[in-house]
Design a protein around this ligand. Structure first.
Ligand SMILES: NC(=O)c1ccc[n+]([C@@H]2O[C@H](COP(=O)([O-])OP(=O)(O)OC[C@H]3O[C@@H](n4cnc5c(N)ncnc54)[C@H](OP(=O)(O)O)[C@@H]3O)[C@@H](O)[C@H]2O)c1
Length: 337
């Protein structure tokens, strides 16, 4: 097996701005299980292997170590800065007036970059929880979504874009009702939206809404996040890599079920950002984007296997008086207040 994939042969997606983005990237959230050293070590190996898209965030607590990896890769000639597509996100505690610029400045310093390729509002409300907190923990300052508050954060995102510090701006964990409310107010529309997407949670309505609006969907937890923090696990959660349809297709292609989740994601048109610190895993994840595609019948079988099983429910962001985690997701078609 070759130890380098020419990034030119990895398929690309075109954003509404006309720019290209690789059809797959590497996630960098260590899920409280993997250390910053392990994650940044994987990023270093992944760049050498041919990955060009990396999904970072200030709250992952490892941007400083990843920054050394980017700086070293560029200065040693492994990759040119403009060949990388690096994203980051403003965390919920930095939505206040002037805070987006402060947060971005820290991220740029940590990542050792002059700009990021995309910057996201990580969650659409300023509700904050302590890192590693229990699933039942609630912050008394948490509030339901407000269009006004979100737009004041988005105006700051537009400003950092105008300053040239960010090449695209994006949102994350949105719903159609929230998008309907805010998109008409945006001076600069999001180029990308991060959303949970895996075979047991396909969000077809949100996926179609975004693609029809010219917004590229980035799919997080593309393998069903088997190593996610315990606080994000419940007994009824589906395990994607154990779904009979996925296991059967994996046997037919002689690969791990994780790889089938990714082949499906890329063929469907979202941009998956799988995480792994293991070389054999992240190498297979990049390679599978251009080798041995799924058949139309296999794609259909996976489409029918959707179970509507959301894994990242976000319960730690709930406000006083909220019913349960479903309040975050506007299930009745209106924004829950
Ligand atoms: N915007 C947001 O709010 C948001 C939310 C969540 C995540 N994200 C982003 O999305 C990224 C991915 O999500 P995630 O890390 O939660 O979940 P994921 O990518 O669905 O799952 C990661 C796990 O899958 C396993 N895996 C990966 N490749 C494999 C392979 N080829 N064969 C077998 N197993 C494989 C690994 O588990 P083992 O260690 O057991 O092998 C790994 O820890 C994050 O790192 C983060 O960058 C964003």
């Amino acid at each position: 097996m070759s130890n380098f994939i020419d990034p030119a042969i990895v398929p690309k997606r075109r954003l509404a701005t006309g720019e290209e983005i690789p059809c797959i990237g590497m996630g960098t959230f260590g899920s409280d299980r993997f250390t910053p050293e392990q994650v940044s070590g994987a990023v270093a190996g992944a760049i050498r292997f041919g990955y060009r898209l990396f999904d970072c965030a200030s709250v992952y607590g490892n941007e400083d170590l990843i920054g050394y990896v980017f700086a070293d890769a560029v200065s040693s000639g492994v990759v040119k800065r403009e060949e990388l597509f690096i994203t980051s996100k403003v965390w919920n505690d930095m939505h206040g007036r002037g805070d987006v610029l402060l947060s971005l400045a820290k991220t740029l310093k940590d990542l050792q970059l002059g700009y990021v390729d995309a910057y996201f509002v990580h969650w659409p409300f300023p509700n904050y929880h302590a890192p590693g907190c229990d699933g039942d923990a609630r912050n008394p300052d948490s509030r339901p979504f407000s269009v006004e508050r979100f737009m004041s954060t988005w105006r700051q995102m537009e400003r950092v874009h105008e300053l040239g510090l960010v090449r695209h701006i994006g949102m994350s964990s949105m719903t159609i009702p929230k998008l309907e409310a805010v998109l008409p107010l945006c001076r600069i529309k999001p180029s990308l939206i991060e959303m949970e997407l895996h075979p047991s949670f396909q969000q077809p309505e949100l996926f179609d809404y975004c693609t029809n609006a010219g917004i590229a969907p980035i799919g997080f937890c593309p393998i069903g996040s088997p190593t996610r923090p315990d606080r994000d696990k419940t007994e009824t959660d589906v395990v994607d890599i154990q779904m009979p349809e996925i296991v059967e297709i994996a046997q037919a292609h002689n690969v791990h079920p994780a790889v089938i989740c990714l082949k499906w994601a890329v063929a469907r048109g979202q941009i998956p950002i799988p995480f792994s610190v293991y070389e054999n895993e992240y190498q297979s994840n990049l390679r599978c984007t251009f080798e041995d595609p799924l058949t139309a019948g296999e794609m259909e079988k996976i489409a029918k296997a959707d179970e509507g099983c959301r894994l990242i429910k976000g319960q730690v962001f709930l406000w006083e008086g909220a019913k349960d985690w479903t309040d975050l997701w506007d299930l009745d078609g209106t924004i829950t207040k």
